[in-house]
Design a protein around this ligand. Structure first.
Ligand SMILES: [Zn+2]
Length: 503
């Protein structure tokens, strides 16, 4: 079973704070069902899977006012009924790690069954304005951590932020990414992080790998100390070493242990590479010592970067254990040679590449530990004119189709837990709204996915990264049907921002 933060005394199967009200509501709900209470929406005859209660049976789910109001083995009545016979009804997926950023990206996530999209690795600044880019009617729920990198830029190199606004690109050769902070600057960064946490930020996002030269031990430990003080996790992209080198992991586990902060390691498979098992052994040993450390993986096998980016300024062939032939020009799918790589880098510096460096066996190893969550690491997507990795369009569907049905690496209920319950449990101790998500129980938020376990599949590929999956029949967000028969309904979304202050 899943065992998140021990410091909260949280048991294996449910949160006391959640379960008592849910139990009371369930008892009430059972009797109310007999009174033919009208529901706004009923999902009839689906195979309802709730990993927390371990319900896996055909049930009808009655939804009222955006919440699950009844779960019955008898048919329920409502003005709107979805017949889910032969289909699975699952809690909506919670993506801890997405840079989707705008409606184009959120649309793909929604079609992939994601009902809560979170930007926790890079975070944002300021929290109060996060979501403005999603318009008045966001398609999914959303939220973000406090972005250390953004605050650091504002303090160390304010011009960098103006440049990003003007060009849409982050120049990581600038001072904010290369220069240590002075004592005064560090104090200023600390104070701004604290203000943003008080404004509801979902933890602190820390991009150590992009700031290897800039963030010294004092600044790193300051970030962890602030997180500990505010009882929120640090979501971290650890510094990358040569393939498998665990130094970047050791550093953040030590910082977490020193300060008492919780830490979440982003994209374990991408950072650990061939060292996944060794990294997981270290993570499990730390968990056994009482360190609150969790991690996630994505179910794909490549990274995506501009050919001029810093990724390719380092000794990337050694670091990633790959060669030119493992790099694809995203626009055409051309596999590169040294000559073609040099040609594109000179003539098309803004062009996108896909570098294939993750072995499928590393992903299998990551999923072999039952606490490892799944998150997409979807790239920013303002529109569909720049090909990126297919993570944003096909993470849940790839896990459910390829890993569960075809590879049989994990059970359906286990996969659903990695995509919904475990992320909800990770977030709930400091953001109470998550105690109502990731579950199908009376009183839980009615964020639901209905899919066909026989056909669910990602269709997105490295050449066609924006194809929506097949087999995801319907998606319900806050009790409203947003996707039906795999198509977006022509209605505005009902997603809301989740902060640590959301009740
Ligand atoms: Zn990352």
């Amino acid at each position: 079973m899943m065992t998140p933060p021990k410091r909260d005394g949280i048991g294996d199967w449910c949160y006391p704070a959640l379960c008592l009200p849910l139990l009371a509501a369930w008892l009430c709900g059972s009797s109310l069902a007999h009174a033919a209470t009208p529901f706004d929406l009923v999902i009839q005859n689906g195979r309802v899977i709730d990993p927390e209660s371990q319900l896996d049976a055909v049930r009808s789910v009655g939804i009222r006012d955006g919440q699950v109001a009844a779960i019955s083995d008898k048919p329920l009545d409502a003005a709107q009924v979805i017949d889910a016979a032969g289909l699975v009804v699952s809690p909506g997926f919670i993506n801890l790690h997405s840079h989707s950023a705008a409606e184009a990206g959120y649309r793909l996530e929604l079609l992939d069954g994601v009902t809560t999209v979170l930007e926790l690795e890079a975070g944002t600044f300021p929290i109060a304005r996060f979501g403005q880019q999603l318009g008045d009617a966001p398609l999914t729920h959303f939220g973000a951590s406090v972005g250390h990198a953004w605050i650091r830029m504002l303090v160390v190199d304010p011009q960098a932020l103006s440049d990003i606004a003007a060009t849409g690109k982050v120049d990581i050769s600038g001072r904010a990414f290369t220069q240590s902070a002075t004592v005064e600057q560090r104090a200023q960064i600390r104070s701004m992080i604290e203000q943003e946490l008080l404004a509801g930020g979902l933890g602190i996002g820390l991009l150590l790998d992009y700031m290897t030269r800039a963030v010294d031990d004092a600044e790193r430990d300051m970030v962890f100390a602030v997180a500990a003080q505010h009882e929120v996790p640090v979501f971290v992209h650890v510094r990358r070493g040569i393939d498998g080198d665990p130094t970047g992991l050791d550093e953040v586990i030590a910082a977490a242990e020193l300060t008492g902060a919780a830490v979440h390691i982003c994209h374990l498979n991408a950072s650990a590479m061939s060292g996944v098992t060794q990294w997981l052994d270290k993570i499990d040993a730390a968990r056994a010592r009482g360190v609150d450390v969790t991690t996630e993986m994505y179910p794909w096998t490549a990274g995506s970067a501009m050919i001029s980016s810093d990724v390719f300024s380092r000794d990337w062939r050694t670091i990633f254990s790959i060669d030119y032939a493992d790099v694809q020009w995203a626009e055409t799918g051309e596999w590169l040679t040294q000559e073609r790589f040099a040609h594109y880098r000179q003539t098309r510096p803004g062009g996108q590449t896909v570098h294939h460096y993750i072995d499928a066996s590393w992903n299998q190893a990551a999923l072999s530990r039952n606490h490892v969550m799944v998150a997409s690491d979807a790239m920013p997507l303002m529109n569909y004119d720049r090909k990126v990795v297919p993570n944003g369009a096909g993470t849940s569907s790839r896990v459910l189709g390829h890993y569960v049905r075809e590879q049989k690496w994990l059970t359906l209920s286990d996969a659903i837990a990695r995509l919904s319950l475990l992320p909800a449990r990770r977030m709930a101790p400091f953001a109470p709204a998550f105690a109502r998500k990731g579950r199908i129980q009376v009183g839980a938020d009615a964020d639901l996915v209905i899919f066909d376990p026989q056909t669910v599949s990602a269709r997105a590929t490295y050449l066609e990264p924006f194809l929506a999956p097949t087999g995801i029949h319907s998606v319900v967000v806050a009790g409203r049907v947003s996707v039906q028969h795999g198509q977006m309904l022509d209605t505005a979304g009902v997603g809301t921002q989740i902060t640590s202050l959301t009740p």
